[in-house]
Design a protein around this ligand. Sequence first.
Ligand code: FAD
Ligand code: NAD
Length: 567
Amino acid sequence: MNAAVRFQPLASALVARNSRLIVPRQIIRQGFKPEPTQSFRRGFASDATIPRPKPRKRFRTLRIAWRLTLGLTFLGTGWLAYSIYETRFPREQIEPDPAKKTLVILGSGWGSVALLKKLDTENYNVVIISPRNFFLFTPLLPSCPTGTVEHRSIMEPLRHIIRHKKASVKFYEAEATKIDNERRVVVINDLSDVKGDVHQTEVPFDYLVVGVGAENATFGIPGVREHACFLKEINDAHKIRKTVMDCIETAMFKNQTQEEKERLLHMVVVGGGPTGVEFAAELQDFFEDDLKKWIPDIADDFHVTLVEALPNVLPMFSKTLIEYTEKTFKDEKISVRTKTMVKNVTDKHIEAEVTHPDGRKELQRIPYGCLVWATGNAVRQVVRDLMSQLPQQKNSRRGLAVNEYLVVDGTDGIWALGDCSATKYAPTAQVASQQGAFLARLFNSMARTQALESELDHLEELSAQTTAQEDRESLEREIQKKGKAIRRVKQLSPFEYSHQGSLAYIGMERAVADITWFNGNLASGGSLTYLFWRSAYLSMCFATRNRVLVLMDWIKVKVFGRDVSRE
Ligand code: FAD
Ligand code: NAD
């Protein structure tokens, strides 16, 4: 039997099973011809005789999705490349006219930077004064001490922001120590370790915006300033990191007693507001995901406690979310001690007044290794001093009382925004940045009004000198147009805050959100809310550079875990 006869039944069977079968050349050479299969026919038969099967819908959808993804990827990459290019290569700046008014802005936080970003700097001689030469993205500050996010990722150099303005802006890295309302000057002090010949001077202003934020509230409780860490500035995050790691390594020291080990590994966070809750959650994540793995000896003794004077944590969130947070903390093994008000702090203990369910009060001593104090805001000294110069500020407690255009009561040409102002709104980044954007609109429209008014004066002069009837009529029309434009520009409504919602991270990749939704409120908590929290904070970062750095930090932690070395 020749090979063709031997293989024919097998080849036919295979062709029947799989129309795309490739028959070995040797077999074809020896006389074997495959039966024309369906795909074969489809290739050679005329369209009229054999109906073409319709393209499968499933693949069409896939194709569209693929093209869409490709298109979006190209667009995204293009946008990213363009933003990076823009950031790296600022354009030439113009020098503002020295005859223009001097606008001094104090602070480089949420309020002041939002103002600076939207301000047309060519209209004023702008001077910024702040002890820090960067903007700090505070919502991600609780992630810094644990290394979930690197500190540089949430800092935006002020010099970048200034250099990108159309007209140049002066920056002095200094602290304003006094605002003299009478003499219209700000006294500034250079705080840096390197001192030049001049380290204190005065800066005169025509307009002043006070955006110095607030300092940490301690309510005069003894020992807090000496022994506790705060969480407001980037240095605070370094200090917490160092203290936590010191506590851990000291607890591991040879022959440490069990009692001392437990004290050192007890991390106490005072203040159940969002700062305290988010930091406690981040610290517990750090322990569960990394510390426990690399330093297993601390597994049984490391403990996070959140202390709050009120009956519950996160008082600004809805009841469901408060309950959800407290339950999540229980699952995470974070102890929540509500109705516990700290009264005194020593180097190793806090003394707190605990209110029992029956109303009985008891003073308890709680040992701690690291104490983080997050009990809200207090008014800064420079602001208190300005308030003391103004009788209209006598009854204000929370900061500078302002009118609906954010003008400081009792002053002319001084505005205040953000945490240092006392308004009906909570002291949040959302409020401060909206106030900053509002003031930018106000200053831009003030400058526009001034420009239009001087054009109007000029036209009126011309009109008075012109004798020709036709020219006078045309000038009158111009004057009317300018008058209308001035009225339009001057029509700036008072500041109105638009609340977008509140978000907080609560650990174990969960977050809570109270979002404003069609005049109502949408409360949600869990892992999806966590994804929303992350994307919302990423989009809120002021610069593309920070967005990319934060994203890379998150990916890095997911892949390699957090670093457990000390700063
Ligand atoms: P800041 O942003 O505090 O800026 C004040 C600026 O003034 C700083 O640059 C400071 O260096 C400077 N300054 C201080 N003293 C002087 C002086 N004497 N002279 C000149 N300059 C001075 N809010 C939210 O809405 N969402 C959040 O998720 C959120 N998370 C937060 C997390 C943490 C850990 C903290 C601490 C706060 C958080 N907040 C959040 C609140 C928010 O950060 C503040 O409400 C916001 O920073 C207020 O903006 P501000 O411009 O008034 O002050
Ligand atoms: P906070 O004022 O919101 O909360 C401080 C908490 O500390 C209060 O609940 C208070 O009862 C408690 N407290 C005060 N003294 C105490 C004591 N002696 N013992 C025990 N507890 C005591 O402060 P915060 O969390 O720092 O927030 C400050 C501002 O920043 C708020 O307006 C807040 O909304 C905003 N913020 C928002 C977010 C967010 O939206 N995710 C995050 C952080 C901060």
